[in-house]
Ligand binder design. Structure first.
Ligand code: TTP
Ligand code: MG
Length: 518
């Protein structure tokens, strides 16, 4: 890095001035200041650019320039990252990144453009640094009130999330991000008490999501459902001081950061993540290079393809793979419909996987559809790994997609195999991973008469489904799941042909998929 000295104009690969006019038109004095601020020996620098709110074109452009200028850019977040570059406010980062490296500077895009202009990483000053509440650069400020926000209480709301419309965008992200961080913290503890607490934080967060305005005073919400004592304290702390000490301690805790990081590996749950942590492992590289770990086949592949699988799936990628699968079944299982469900159907911009729900009016086809589809995907050479669970109609799959048509030799991915992966198999993947895009896809096949129930269930959210079950049991004495609705008093299953009919059978106002984001 230290030998990269070219200015933008010296560099034949310079980026366009219009893109970065602020940094390229710096007056000489400012430039001199930057020179003085620059450390004598630039420290080792590993940059991670947060994708959210940066277009993919702009992102590739930034990465390309960085490469040409000799900057190291990480493809995934880890504790090795020294500079996290983002256009998001600091508070939003926790919901986007699995971990915020403890010693990293969190900085705006302007730092990157200044560094490009200088040809080397410039010193991180307050000008570039995002306000990082945990470091308390300046005293945290209580939530600001405008005249219109003066303490008004909210109208009562239902205790059941399925009776409310919950949108992705709402007015209380600072509070809900904090509560959902605690939810994840307690989920990682992985015992019954932890689960109960985690659920309580999620329920409180869901209540805040439906409020028509920003909460400015705890008195506004004490009458609302699911705001427990612990959540109330967290909200109160944030409203009065700008941050909650407990949340910040959890956020900073090395254990939590490792749990978030390790559970982002395909096939690794909280129990395994905790084992890795207890063994002293702290980074993905530690796991990848550890000689003593007994990894499952899924975890091995999860590590080989970590750079692919840890990048959230975009809507475009979901649409591309849905279209691809639809074209495939049009040929091998005519009349089959393929619908992208999960977070995609609820309107989320990114997801951790692609959930595809398939059905066919012909029962003889749905009975064998998954086997036919997996075999076809193998023939097409796009399947990296498959894991068929819960009987014969659900499969978790990783698909390899090529930017260019597969050719012979190294560019080809091996066929998936359900036999145990040997070290050689994994090494083979290691060699071949470069030219492809690998994403997790969950295929669910539903018989036609169950389809509307499967559609509701696989659209989610998980919390929406929980509340549907609780509401149906408490208020209607019915059970509901992806296969149907059962009326316990009448001892019979109910029939629906559309999603709207499912809501109607449950005596619920219909909620569009994007209103189910609780
Ligand atoms: P996920 O893919 O885990 O969830 P998601 O699609 O909502 O989130 P992401 O965008 O990150 O992928 O599961 C798909 C749906 O399956 C989910 O929306 C609801 C349902 N589901 C449950 O009902 N319970 C569960 O425990 C899980 C994991 C999913
Ligand atoms: Mg999903």
């Amino acid at each position: 890095m230290s030998n990269v000295k070219n200015t933008v104009l010296d560099d034949p690969c310079h980026y366009s001035e219009s893109d970065y006019s602020a940094s390229t038109s710096s007056p000489p004095l400012k430039k001199l200041k930057l020179e003085l601020e620059r450390p004598e020996e630039p420290t080792k620098c590993l940059i991670y650019i947060v994708e959210k709110k940066i277009s993919s074109g702009h992102l590739s452009h930034l990465k390309e320039i960085a490469k040409k200028k000799g900057f190291s850019v990480a493809n995934f977040i880890s504790q090795d990252v020294t500079h996290v570059v983002t256009t998001l406010p600091f508070e939003r980062l926790t919901s986007v990144l699995s971990v915020i490296p403890a010693n990293a500077d969190v900085i705006g895009l302007e730092w990157l453009t200044s560094s490009f202009a200088e040809g080397m990483p410039v010193l991180v000053t307050d000008r570039y640094r995002l306000q990082k509440s945990m470091e308390v650069i300046s005293p945290p400020t209580p939530v600001q009130r405008t005249a219109a926000e003066k303490v008004t209480t909210y109208d009562p709301i239902s205790v059941y999330e399925c009776q409310r419309a919950t949108l992705l965008e709402h007015h209380n992200h600072i509070l809900t991000d904090a509560l959902e961080l605690l939810e994840r913290y307690y989920q990682h503890l992985d015992h019954k008490e932890g689960d109960t607490r985690a659920l309580a934080f999620r329920q409180a967060s869901c209540t805040l999501k439906v409020l028509p305005r920003k909460v400015v005073d705890i008195g506004q919400i004490t009458h609302l459902p699911r705001i427990g004592k612990h959540s109330s304290q967290v909200i109160q702390d944030i409203l009065s001081t700008g941050l909650c000490q407990e949340v910040e301690e959890c956020r900073r805790s090395e254990w939590f950061q490792c749990m978030e990081l390790f559970t982002s590996v395909y096939g690794c749950g909280s129990v395994t993540a905790n084992k890795w942590y207890q063994k002293g492992l702290r980074s993905i590289n530690d796991i990848q290079t550890s000689k003593e770990l007994q990894l499952t086949k899924t975890q091995k592949l999860g590590l080989v393809y970590y750079e692919h699988l840890s990048v959230p799936v975009t809507r475009e990628e979901t649409e591309m793979i849905t279209g691809y699968v639809q074209r495939l079944v049009d040929v091998c299982a005519s009349g089959t419909s393929v619908e992208a469900v999960g977070g995609y159907r609820r309107g989320k911009a990114h997801g951790h996987d692609i959930d595809l729900l398939l059905t066919n009016p012909d029962h003889t086809i749905t009975d064998t559809l998954l086997t036919i589809l997996l075999s076809e995907l193998r023939k097409q050479d796009v399947l990296v790994h498959s894991d068929v669970t819960s009987g014969k109609n659900i499969a978790h799959v990783s698909m390899g997609h090529f930017h260019t048509p597969p050719t012979q030799g190294k560019n080809r991915l091996p066929h998936s195999s359900d036999t145990t992966t040997t070290t050689n198999d994994v090494e083979e993947h290691e060699e071949r991973k470069a030219p492809c895009l690998v994403k997790r896809v969950d295929f669910v096949v539903s018989p036609p008469e169950q389809y509307p129930f499967a559609l509701v269930s696989w659209t989610g959210s998980k919390q929406f489904n929980r509340s549907l079950r609780r509401y149906s049991a408490n208020e209607l004495n019915m059970t509901v799941n992806a296969h149907g609705i059962y009326d316990i008093a009448q001892n019979k299953s109910l029939v629906a042909t559309t999603e709207k009919e499912v809501f109607s059978l449950l005596k619920l106002e219909y909620r569009e998929p994007w209103e189910r984001n609780c």
